[in-house]
Design a protein around this ligand. Structure first.
Ligand SMILES: Cc1cc2nc3c(=O)[nH]c(=O)nc-3n(C[C@H](O)[C@H](O)[C@H](O)COP(=O)(O)OP(=O)(O)OC[C@H]3O[C@@H](n4cnc5c(N)ncnc54)[C@H](O)[C@@H]3O)c2cc1C
Length: 328
């Protein structure tokens, strides 16, 4: 059995399969829980630590809701204690289904060394954080335009434009303002999203009211260059100065890989077909774990609920093994 992706849900699926006597191999293109490692450095989870636990191993944290660094330490500890088999820094580049219904996988490491694997069961747990939703405007690929926010210090006394109006945009804005950046938020909605966590909103509103940050709603970005972000608001075409731009416009799963393997993906929602009770896709013996199952709406599945997919997958595979044993 191979699990592609060693995020919290891939790790959890591996442990659940181990618990039922299987010995899965995790293949991960970076290192374990790389999505969490890419969070802003000082990010605090919105979940309490007990809701991030996997494999029944307690996650003690300093406060009820842990910080990024505590979660990284926790998942490292779990991987070690459970003796998980992890091939890190290997990206799965191709999956082929053989005529016998098995799977052949090809991977490349950072030096482009190729390796091949085969397995009978494949669990896809590749998440969504690697593919930012692009603005598709001129200038988006310039070196001062980012889709991830790590920390605020480098932007002290700089003009920074944050594009977006959801949690990651609000979080980045608060950090940047604290670090002395001159922040303008451009959001195409009429007001900050209802999904924004209620405990971060009051600070944002206060900065907005006091004009410590500039916020423009109904602002559709049309182009970016070295010095400005251009946007349209109603009929007006405007521009704002920007030394740096954070396009915090969300992320989406890699549908291409799923489709190449033959997994059905709903065109509208981006949701792959999975049997709810087993997490098996339309391709026999291919399963999905974690946020990948949510399609484009990443707010629907997160660690809190995606960590339980492994239990369903392990039970299904075990059941299949028992049935085939009985038939022999
Ligand atoms: C700032 C922030 C805060 C968050 N806070 C919370 C919270 O408080 N509570 C909560 O429940 N959720 C939270 N989330 C959401 C949570 O991070 C995701 O739901 C979670 O990471 C999903 O886990 P996963 O295992 O499905 O996918 P991921 O964690 O994204 O893991 C997927 C893994 O697959 C690997 N991978 C991808 N493609 C390949 C390939 N081709 N070959 C090999 N490996 C590959 C990736 O490198 C990655 O390590 C937060 C997200 C963000 C951005």
């Amino acid at each position: 059995m191979i699990i592609i992706g060693a995020g919290p849900c891939g790790l959890s699926a591996a442990i659940e399969c181990q618990n039922l006597g299987m010995n899965p191999l995790l293949i991960e293109k970076e290192n374990i829980v790389s999505s969490i490692s890419h969070y802003p450095t000082h990010q605090r989870f919105f979940s309490s630590s007990d809701r991030l636990e996997i494999g029944g191993i307690p996650f003690p944290s300093v406060e009820r809701k842990p910080k990024r660094a505590e979660a990284l330490a926790y998942y490292r500890e779990v991987s070690q204690r459970k003796h998980l088999r992890i091939n890190a820094y290997e990206k799965v580049t191709k999956v082929i289904r053989t005529e016998q219904g098995e799977f052949e996988l090809f991977t490349a490491d950072p030096h482009n060394n190729i390796a091949a694997y085969s397995c009978s069961y494949l669990i896809l747990a590749t998440g969504y954080y690697n593919h930012p939703n692009k603005l598709h405007v001129e200038g988006e690929e310039l070196p001062h335009v980012f889709h991830y926010f790590k920390e605020a210090h480098p932007y002290f006394q700089k003009n920074v434009v944050v594009i977006g109006g959801k949690n990651s945009a609000v979080d980045a804005t608060l950090e940047l303002e604290k670090a002395g950046a001159n922040v303008t938020v451009l959001y195409r909605g009429e007001d900050i999203s209802d999904d924004v966590k209620p405990w971060i909103l009051p600070e944002f509103r206060s900065l907005e009211r006091k004009k410590n940050i500039q916020v423009r709603y109904d602002a559709e970005v049309t182009a970016i260059n070295e010095h400005y972000v251009y946007f349209q608001s109603g009929e007006a075409h405007e521009k704002v100065q920007a030394d740096f731009v954070f396009a915090m416009t969300g992320y989406h799963p890699d549908h291409a890989m799923l489709q190449r393997i033959g997994v059905q993906v709903d065109e509208k929602t981006g949701r792959p077909y999975v049997e709810d009770t087993t997490m098996e896709t339309n391709i026999t013996n291919i399963y999905i774990a974690g946020v990948l199952a949510a399609g484009n709406n990443a707010n629907e599945i997160f660690i809190e609920n995606g960590r339980h997919h492994g239990e369903r997958i392990a039970a299904s595979i075990k059941q299949k093994a028992l049935l085939s044993h009985r038939d022999e």
